[in-house]
Design a binder for this molecule. Structure first.
Ligand code: ADP
Length: 494
């Protein structure tokens, strides 16, 4: 099936300096890279250039770290009364809400994400700041039972200079997961957005200038992964890196952290199983499974790309799944009705379509999709392979596109064996009507998040992160506060 359409004119992007390459925010000033270098950001819906952006390297990272360190040591932020810190975070949430539509449009322009989704993402970004604005006044220490002749207590303190390195699939949401808890706990922050989607981070930083953050408390450094990103990961004066992205890059960041043993949180890739049992509500399971790999064109780390279905309902489920997939509407990200935008870049397009070829070469049969989309943008049809063996590359490697593999199983033990037979362990889903099966199966799955009769839902109170090569540490909830603080114990002999 070939589809043809033109993408509507994108919104204006005359923010920050109103022309030329976009500068970055270091120590409260908007500056260009010392080298003068820039990189290009492209609209994935039509392949056209949107803007040039400053390309930082280690020299610029040094300046950002020095600014963030100064702001930390001056302690106007770290030692701010917790009620006042809380108020600033709340103001940040309100500033985001006041500019919500503009930020959503910019996110859709730069990342190709449908506007209906980016509107939700901006709301979720604001909610993250709201949630963490409640915490500064509630971070308690302990008094430890060491005996009558000593007074012993433990307190949480800010780590210092914390960097967030974020990917392109949820630029603002991912940034908020790093910035909000880091600021709530009194740290200073350097944000490095992904090179494919840096625009919202810059506009976001400009908007947050309306709030009462001292200069240098939040910095945004733009640039390429191997340049700015690698310089951050290796920097001797950064205390923590919180990273979301690919497992390969996560390993590099962990390796680079050993120089100063900086704290590292990693939220990495996945190849998540979605287990459909014979007793499931088949229509619901099909809708959840389709959304599990079609939403965001499959560019989500939790994508349920291995759909394990019990033999006895295989054909019925496959038919329902294909029907659910066909409900996704490929189109202009700025159309309210579009549910499937382009993948983020030409590189990603080549990678995803390359996997479709690999799947065919390996003997997988295409049950739906797999046809080219006639457009100058990087659109990929939702594609389902059947007859897939879990040893095939399309069942083992993260594709990060709307491509899934249907894998049959005969009983629960076999489902568990296949589900856990992966180097990843980020998420898993189960479709069943039996509550006992749901609980026992949830326990047996080696994954940081397990969904039952739903997929992809997250909550700020819900610790998020992966087992095995899907991650290191947890984000959200109170776990993020631990991840952005050191614990200090004090003993006083009385
Ligand atoms: P992808 O390969 O899908 O673009 P990455 O995990 O490489 O995903 O990118 C996520 C983030 O990591 C981006 O901000 C990118 O610039 C950054 N990055 C890439 N390579 C490195 C690296 N070697 N060190 C630090 N950050 C990096």
């Amino acid at each position: 099936m070939m589809r043809n359409f033109e993408v509507a004119a994108p919104p204006k992007i005359d923010f920050v300096d109103g022309g030329g390459a976009k500068p970055m925010l270091i120590g409260g000033e908007w500056v260009h890279a010392k080298s003068g270098r820039t990189f290009t950001t492209v609209n994935p819906a039509n392949g056209e250039t949107i803007a040039e952006i400053a390309a930082a390297d280690s020299e610029d990272v040094d300046l950002a770290v020095a600014a963030a360190r100064r702001a930390f040591e001056e302690s106007t932020w770290r030692d701010l009364n917790p009620h006042a810190r809380s108020k600033v975070l709340l103001d940040m949430a309100e500033a985001i809400e006041a500019h919500a539509e503009e930020l959503a449009q910019l996110e859709s322009l730069d990342g190709g994400i449908p506007i209906a989704i980016t509107r939700g993402m901006v709301a979720s970004t604001a909610l993250t700041f709201r949630y963490y604005s409640g915490w500064p006044t509630k971070i308690l220490g302990t008094v430890n039972p060491v005996g009558d002749s000593v007074h012993c207590y433990s307190v949480r303190e800010a780590l210092g200079v914390c960097a967030g390195i974020v990917p392109w699939n949820g630029p603002l949401v991912m940034a908020s997961w790093k910035i909000a808890p880091a600021l709530a706990t009194g740290n200073t922050v350097i944000l490095k957005p992904a090179e494919q989607t840096s625009l919202t981070a810059l506009r976001f930083a400009e908007i947050l200038g309306e709030c009462d953050l001292p200069p240098g408390v939040m910095n945004v450094v733009t640039g390429l992964g191997e340049g700015a990103g690698a310089a951050i990961a290796a920097h001797p004066d950064i205390d923590k890196v919180s990273f979301t992205g690919s497992t390969m890059t996560g390993k590099k960041i962990l390796g680079a952290s050993v120089g100063n043993l900086k704290r590292v949180t990693l939220e990495l890739g996945g190849k998540s199983p979605h287990i459909v049992l014979a007793d499931a509500d088949i229509e619901l399971a099909a809708r959840n499974a389709a959304s599990g790999f079609c939403v965001m064109s499959g560019q989500v780390c939790v994508a349920g790309t291995r759909i394990l279905v019990q033999d006895s309902v295989h054909d019925e489920f496959a038919e329902a799944l294909i029907k659910a997939m066909s409900a996704y509407k490929i189109g202009d990200p700025f159309d309210d009705g579009t549910t499937l935008g382009p993948v983020v870049s030409k590189q990603q397009f080549d990678r995803v379509t390359g996997y479709v070829t690999t799947g065919k070469d390996e003997g997988g049969r295409i049950a739906a999709g797999g046809e080219p989309v006639n457009s100058s943008g990087y659109f990929v049809e939702p594609t389902l392979f059947e007859g897939v063996d879990n040893r095939m590359r399309i069942a083992r490697e993260e594709i990060f596109g709307p491509v899934a593999a249907l894998i049959p199983f005969s009983d629960v033990d076999e489902a568990v064996r296949i589900a856990n037979d992966t180097p990843y362990g980020l998420a898993a889903a189960i479709a069943t009507r039996d509550v006992s099966t749901a609980h026992t199966l949830a326990r047996r799955l080696r994954a940081g998040v397990v969904w039952v009769n739903t997929h992809g839902e997250l909550d700020l109170t819900f610790p998020f992160g992966g087992f095995k090569q899907s991650g290191h540490g947890r984000e959200l909830g109170a776990q993020s506060l631990d991840a952005f603080t050191e614990l200090k114990s004090v003993m006083i002999r009385l």
